[in-house]
Design a protein around this ligand. Structure first.
Ligand SMILES: O=C(O)C(=O)C[C@H](O)C(=O)CO
Ligand SMILES: [Zn+2]
Length: 280
């Protein structure tokens, strides 16, 4: 498991491109038959990618849970949110099988001992993007078809930011301890997400971009509002946004992204909005 230490805003404004990428970019999430895990000390969020071949993959496979998390099993003191962006498959939670078609989500609460990811067809493997955060009580496991997510249309074509925010792990959909998670889809021709932008001092966030055509990129904007930086992201890459950082992006074509947040609250609208005139 890769471990990332937190960066503070005073230091980050001096980072080179390489250093920005080393600190915040998350790559290699979906190599067939492999598992990627990146543990951030920021709110102790773990960003993961599971891409099972003929063999299923366990949540805690090839890791020493006692050494990394200091507990006997992965979800002893954690909760988990998953969205499948690949082909159909299954997630088995303590013996209960959940069919996971593309764009299905699953919340798995603290206390579940065994989570197994599988693809139905190795030629069209499932790609399970997952986030896990510390949790202090058990909530029931819930399967979320995208039609059950809360939908929030946003933006307009004239501003090239028409999109729909699908809120999967949201208090109006299901209960979690601290994890919020969902998927935003850009309309064709719209390329700007989250602009006008915001930060949220009380939560951190991870963005994972996908559905980007080959050779397309997203210029992901981060940094303090008056000290903005960018990181070039390609398809199926993620980026960590500390609480002090804006998180917005402009693609060379339309795309989708999964956002996930942890911190003081699950109030999606609790944002520090930044006026366009204040951006530098
Ligand atoms: O399209 C958007 O705007 C978003 O999806 C915003 C993110 O969900 C976010 O940053 C929530 O804090
Ligand atoms: Zn945000």
């Amino acid at each position: 498991m890769i471990v990332r230490e937190p960066s503070n805003s005073k230091d980050a404004k001096h980072y080179t491109t390489d250093r920005l990428r080393d600190e915040f970019l998350v790559q290699d999430l979906f190599n067939l038959g492999e598992i990627q895990r990146v543990y951030s000390h920021i709110d102790r969020i773990i960003t993961m990618g599971f891409c099972p071949d003929e063999q299923s993959q366990k949540l805690d496979e090839n890791m020493d849970v006692m050494k990394s998390l200091g507990v006997n099993y992965f979800l002893e003191s954690r909760e988990l949110g998953v969205i499948n962006i690949g082909g159909p498959g299954t997630i088995t939670v303590d013996g209960t099988v959940h069919a996971m078609k593309s764009q299905d989500g699953l919340y798995v609460g603290k206390g579940n001992k065994e989570v197994i990811f599988a693809s139905d067809d190795v030629n069209n493997p499932s790609k399970y993007y997952a986030l896990s955060a510390p949790a202090h009580m058990h909530y029931e496991t819930v399967h979320i078809d995208i039609t059950k997510a809360k939908q929030v249309p946003m933006g307009d074509a004239e501003s090239a930011n028409k999109r729909v925010i699908f809120q999967f792990l949201h208090p109006e959909v299901l209960q979690t301890c601290q994890l919020s998670m969902g998927l935003t889809k850009m309309a064709p021709g719209s390329v700007w997400n989250t602009m006008p932008c915001h930060s949220h001092e009380r939560r951190m966030e991870v963005y994972f971009y996908f559905d980007l055509p080959q050779d397309s990129i997203v210029l992901h904007l981060m940094g303090e509002p008056t000290e903005t930086r960018h990181i070039v992201l390609r398809n199926e890459e993620a980026v960590i946004a500390p609480s002090w950082s804006i998180h917005s992006g402009c693609g060379t074509s339309a795309y989708s992204f999964i956002w996930g947040m942890v911190g003081e609250n699950k109030t999606f609208t609790d944002m520090d909005h930044i006026a366009m005139k204040d951006l530098r």
